[in-house]
Design a protein around this ligand. Structure first.
Ligand code: PRX
Length: 650
């Protein structure tokens, strides 16, 4: 790292250094005049119907207002203005279905589709401010619906298609969504799975509390669906007969754009709220300078699902605001074969690929001979997001996907930050495999010690904080301002946004992210809370108590490991817990979704607790990771760990 001279090929090539969108002057400009810097980004990257009067209003901190007085339409910025600028024939989306079906949408096509969908939602009574839930697979209609909502100023709440009916229900209720847009089913790993069924179940379970007036259904798999004539409508009947023009109204810069639910430290997911002008400015800016997107020549591919923030910021809003040509793929990397992604890269000549470390590790496991069968020479920039990328995976990614020379941008950010915050700039930064390195121009971060003091000593571990408001910051938690203040702005005082991640510097001043310091796990780059899974487990009649920890896992970064105490009647007489463990795994899958299923569930008779009754997860993590159990002196009953260990081995 620090003592050794930088490996020459980790520095940008002279060509890239000269041509890249992100140049070193940006740092100087942002340091000299931060608000002036963001004002320039907002004005140059977006089209405003009414210019803003004030860059930042932080007078009601931590509730920020950016580009105050400005008015714009987000969908117009992502679609129409490109058509108006003469780029209507440019491909916006190369859609690749899981079964090999394809669709190409130019910006002019996208404009017509979004107009029709906006007209259809209007016919369903959707008005500015109404919430629309989107529960769709990765098909063009998902992007079209998000943009149609943005056009109308109706905040969307996208719910990942892998979430269960229960998870969908709580999100629909919390946001009070009036309309749900879904599909009959989705294709996944060569089979089709129902989707609308979960919407029906969610609405049934809400009973009279259901806020949903209409369900709009895309026909995708042609699977059987139950139908409620008063409530359900087919997309191809309602949307296809609409006029393909729609006049967009401008909305306030602070108008809500979307709510996206993410896991926190309690069992209740947080509805993270993002608004319009600031969000769009920063996603467009970072997509340009970090991914180095050049819309005239690049083919960009972000592999994230629209159910996660990466799909919102770097598949929908950032690249479309920039007029990119991109690939949208419906399926998984190994369907129908393990070379599927590389086949797609070759077919569309993808030049920028943005994916997650867990996918890189899976491809590593399948073997370098698979990508070697394809022509990947079009790739010039690689990106990583969602969790730290271990240096071994980093090197493999660069060598076997990036032809040994493509820069990798390791981008740190969160659902809450809305856009990339810490990342190398491909034309500026000498890369350090495994580190996200520095805040991008316009962003300020520090690392604090336990007392809340900033430090810069290398290798000392502390807490990552953000020290200045930024345009794409969350504007709060939907319906819960106190939780917003408490979660992010209280741990180290109101001047620091506490990200929840541990971090350290190396001797060169690079920031290394060290994972969550709270009860949030990161499984395959997806956030899950220990409390959420614990409450799913205890909702099963066989479980008296449960504790969940994230244990490190070679493939998924972290894996969910649960410890449960069974109710007396549920304890199997013969001591064989296999059946109940399988049942509990399935139960968590049903309550939350398959991604939350624990890798292991250990049946125990006691849980380690402090005298105040708090579960000592650290000790359980030692057990789950097969380590010697650490200091247990603060346990209320110090023999508990022995009892658990004996139970596990015996
Ligand atoms: O712990 C950090 C990790 O993912 C968390 C945010 O998760 P989520 O809101 O689901 O957003 C994921 C996609 C932006 C962070 O608190 N994380 C994300 N990117 C990185 C990362 N950890 C290390 N390096 C990264 N590049």
């Amino acid at each position: 790292m620090s003592e050794t001279a930088p490996v020459p090929d980790l520095a940008p090539s002279p060509q890239l250094a000269a041509d890249a969108n992100g140049q070193p002057e940006l740092f100087e400009e942002a340091t000299a005049d931060l608000e002036g810097f963001w004002a320039r980004q907002a004005r140059e990257r977006l089209t405003w119907d009414t210019d803003f009067e004030q860059v930042l209003d932080w007078s009601e901190a931590p509730f920020a207002k950016w580009f105050v007085g400005g008015r714009l339409n987000v969908a117009h910025n992502c679609v129409d203005r490109h058509v108006e600028a003469g780029n209507g024939e440019r491909v916006a989306i190369h859609f690749e279905g899981e079964r090999g079906d394809t669709r190409t949408l130019t910006y002019a096509d996208l404009q017509r589709e979004v107009a029709k969908a906006a007209n259809a939602l209007t016919e369903l009574g959707v008005q500015t401010g109404d919430r629309v839930a989107i529960y769709l697979p990765m098909i063009p209609e998902a992007i079209v619906t998000m943009l149609a909502c943005a056009r109308l100023g109706a905040p969307h709440s996208v719910v990942f298609g892998g979430f269960s009916a229960d998870a969908l229900k709580s999100r629909i209720l919390d946001a009070q969504a009036r309309v749900v847009v879904t599909a009959d089913g989705q294709f996944r790993k060569g089979t089709s799975l129902p989707l609308k069924k979960a919407v029906d179940e969610a609405i049934d379970h809400m009973g009279a509390d259901s806020p949903v007036d209409h369900v709009l259904v895309v026909r995708r798999t042609e699977g059987e669906v139950a139908w409620d004539d008063a409530r359900d409508q087919w997309w191809h009947e309602l949307v296809d007969r609409q006029p393909d023009t729609h006049e967009a109204q401008a909305h306030d810069s602070e108008h809500p754009l979307f709510i996206l639910y993410t896991s926190g430290t309690t069992g209740k997911p947080k509805g993270i709220l993002h608004t319009s002008g600031g969000y769009l400015t920063q996603v467009a800016y970072t997509n340009a300078i970090v991914h180095d997107l050049r819309p005239e020549t690049d083919v960009y591919w972000c592999t994230a699902d629209i159910g996660w923030v990466t799909g919102h910021s770097y598949l929908v809003y950032g690249p479309l605001a920039n007029g990119a040509t991109q690939v949208v793929y419906e399926g998984t990397p190994d369907s129908p074969h393990q070379g599927r992604w590389w086949e797609i890269v070759e077919k569309y000549k993808v030049s920028i690929l943005y994916t997650a470390p867990t996918a890189v590790r899976a491809c590593m496991k399948w073997g370098a001979d698979i990508p070697a069968r394809y022509d990947l020479s079009s790739i010039r920039i690689l990106g990583s997001v969602g969790e730290p990328i271990n240096p071994e995976a980093w090197r493999w990614y660069r060598e076997h996907i990036g032809g040994g020379s493509a820069p990798i941008v390791d981008t740190w950010w969160q659902t809450e930050t809305g856009a990339i915050m810490i990342s190398p700039l491909p034309g500026v930064t000498t890369l350090e495999p495994g580190s996200a390195q520095r805040p991008v121009p316009g962003i300020s971060a520090e690392i604090l010690d336990d007392e809340g003091k900033p430090f810069t000593e290398p290798e000392k571990v502390g807490y990552l904080v953000l020290t200045k408001p930024w345009p794409s910051m969350l504007r709060g938690i939907w319906g819960d301002p106190d939780r917003y203040r408490e979660t992010y702005w209280s741990r180290f005082g109101p001047e620091y946004y506490f990200a929840g991640d541990g971090a350290k510097y190396d001797a060169d001043g690079n920031i290394w992210l060290l994972g969550r310091v709270d009860d949030v796990m990161n499984v395959s780059g997806h956030r899950l809370s220990t409390a959420e899974i614990e409450s799913a487990l205890v909702s099963h009649p066989a479980v008296a108590e449960a504790a969940v920890v994230g244990a490190s896992d070679e493939m998924t970064g972290q894996a969910v490991c649960a410890f449960v105490i069974l109710r007396g009647a549920a304890v199997p007489a013969d001591g064989d817990t296999d059946a109940v463990v399988q049942e509990l795994r399935a139960h968590v899958g049903k309550e939350i979704g398959p991604i939350a299923k624990p890798r292991s569930i250990m049946v125990v008779t006691e849980l380690p607790k402090t005298r105040s009754g708090k579960i000592m997860r650290r000790l359980l993590r030692d057990l789950a990771e097969g380590r010697e159990v650490g200091d247990a002196t603060t346990l209320a009953d110090s023999s508990v760990m022995q009892t658990i260990q004996q139970g596990m081995t015996g």
